[in-house]
Design a binder for this molecule. Structure first.
Ligand code: PNW
Length: 488
């Protein structure tokens, strides 16, 4: 026992000597994030109608690797008190969750009172515990009947979304002051409508579906933003933003120029951010010109990248009070021309890949590149006139029931340090919500990859939330408002 204590003091002494400390502003807000389909379960309860993820996960030979579904998931529809307790135990002051469109509106666009009641209760309880609700309106669970009309490729969806947003402002806007219209269109537009990796699993030639989707997402975001400003802001005084995800693009070698880096960033982040946050508005010029030209070369009389009208450009321009940013990972990039590849394969003509030295998680796409977060935040500051940024997702995956989640602890320490450095260098980051509060349904990876800072055993009927080591880290960070990173 004594020896053990001694070792402990020794090692904490070492730590004090060989650790660097990164501070955060005193008003910085810490929290955790989740999404309705990934945690709620109760998929056919109290009038909830089917979503595209019910369809994708229920079909024979579904693409979900372990054949699982979100039918029950973390059962947060029943156990939301456990989520609130988990947030409280850490001292988190904000909770980013999403509202399920299929729970609050019926097929005929009537309000489903039971759905409203559920979120109302959740919001009230959070507020009682002094945890700010930050609500994502759309985290991928589109009502299936809307997909049957073409989903995000049908221009009519813009009006449907506006009506849905109106319903949310009306019922919850007295208590919710931070609204995120969409989560990661870069993931679900091309994933869902270009490559078929995500629900509704549609594949289209040359990203035609994905470009239509992102176009309508932007218009729907603009409609929801202006609806809030015109109809609700005077009373409710909240903020509306959109959640975008990207990594940073690092030059793979000395032949890759800054121009290549910018091109990669504009085709990735700029496709969504430029129309809203840039100085000029509209799609990034490099993207506009490249895709118009390619479309002509392909013999089309229209561009695969739709055009905004002048009025639409103006209405989208500046249509956000903050940028919600999800950051997980980054890439090395190299132009196709250096590789002698066929430019027809991708509109950006930029190849991206991982450095073999980057630490790998349990998800094939996720490697640890904390420097990427730092550079990304500075790129955003320089290109979009230093917007207010909330980091709304950042996290690490491991295997089920990894309670000693040292990989996650290290990842979080290094990313929080990178965020602190960016703030020191002038970036306006004011909130951080870790992905994710609990283990949950990780889309096509089912329950095989785990992102929670609380573990869940999905065969436990009680779905106990079991703190991993990263919970201790977050407690310390919330308490002290600094993070320590070991130096080697
Ligand atoms: C995000 N990528 O998705 C989502 O917002 C969450 O719902 C999800 O659980 C979480 O990150 C972890 O995957 C992403 O390939 C999916 O770069 C894929 C990528 C990034 C984010």
């Amino acid at each position: 026992m004594k020896l053990f204590l001694k070792l402990l003091t020794l090692s904490s002494l070492n730590f004090a000597i060989f650790a660097e400390i990164y501070n955060f502003p005193s008003n910085f807000v810490w929290g955790a994030a989740s999404a309705s389909y990934q945690i709620e379960g109760a998929w056919n309860v109290d009038g909830r109608i089917p979503s595209i993820w019910d369809t994708a996960s229920h079909k024979n030979n579904s693409s979900v690797v372990d054949g699982s579904t979100g039918d029950d998931a973390a059962m947060s529809y029943y156990y939301y008190e456990k989520d609130i307790q988990a947030l409280k135990d850490i001292g988190f002051k904000t909770y980013r969750f999403s509202i399920a469109w299929p729970r609050v509106l019926t097929k005929t666009n009537q309000v489903n009172q039971a759905g409203i009641d559920y979120y109302s209760k959740l919001i009230d309880r959070l507020k009682e515990e002094e945890i700010k609700p930050m609500v994502t309106m759309y985290h991928w669970d589109l009502p299936q009947y809307l997909q049957d009309l073409g989903g995000w490729t049908n221009p009519a969806i813009v009006k449907y979304f506006e009506h849905y947003a109106d319903t949310l402002y009306k019922h919850f806007g007295d208590r919710v002051k931070e609204w995120i219209t969409f989560n990661e269109p870069a993931t679900f537009c091309d994933g869902g409508y270009s490559w078929g990796w995500h629900a509704p699993e549609i594949r289209t030639e040359k990203q035609i579906g994905g470009y239509l989707c992102s176009h309508h997402i932007l218009l729907a975001h603009g409609a929801a933003y202006h609806l809030y400003k015109n109809k609700y802001f005077a009373d409710q005084q909240g903020k509306v933003g959109i959640c975008l995800n990207t990594g940073y693009s690092f030059p793979a070698n000395e032949n890759v120029t800054d121009e290549h880096v910018d091109r990669a960033m504009h085709f990735g982040l700029g496709r969504y951010a430029n129309p809203i946050y840039s100085v000029d508005g509209d799609y990034p010029r490099v993207m506009r010109e490249a895709i118009d030209q390619k479309s002509t070369d392909e013999g089309r009389r229209w561009s695969r990248l739709p055009h905004f009208t002048t009025a639409q450009v103006e209405s989208l321009h500046g249509a956000a009070d903050f940028l919600a940013l999800n950051y997980y990972t980054s890439s090395l990039i190299q132009p196709y021309s250096h590789l002698g590849w066929n430019p027809a394969d991708s509109d950006s003509e930029i190849h991206s890949f991982h450095d073999d030295n980057w630490k790998r998680s349990s998800s094939s796409w996720l490697v640890s590149v904390p420097e990427g977060l730092y550079h990304l935040l500075l790129w955003i500051k320089d290109n979009y006139n230093n917007p207010l940024v909330y980091i709304t997702e950042n996290g690490w995956s491991d295997l089920p029931m990894t309670i000693e989640d040292d990989g996650r602890v290290e990842y979080l320490r290094e990313h929080l340090a990178a965020m602190s450095r960016a703030i020191t260098d002038g970036c306006r980051v004011e909130t951080y919500t870790v992905w994710s509060l609990t283990d949950n349904f990780e889309w096509m990876r089912g329950y095989t990859e785990r992102f929670g800072i609380y573990a869940i055993n999905f065969t436990d009927p009680e779905r106990k939330r079991i703190p991993k080591n990263s919970v201790d880290l977050m407690k310390q960070v919330v308490r002290d408002n600094f993070v320590e990173v070991e130096k080697d």
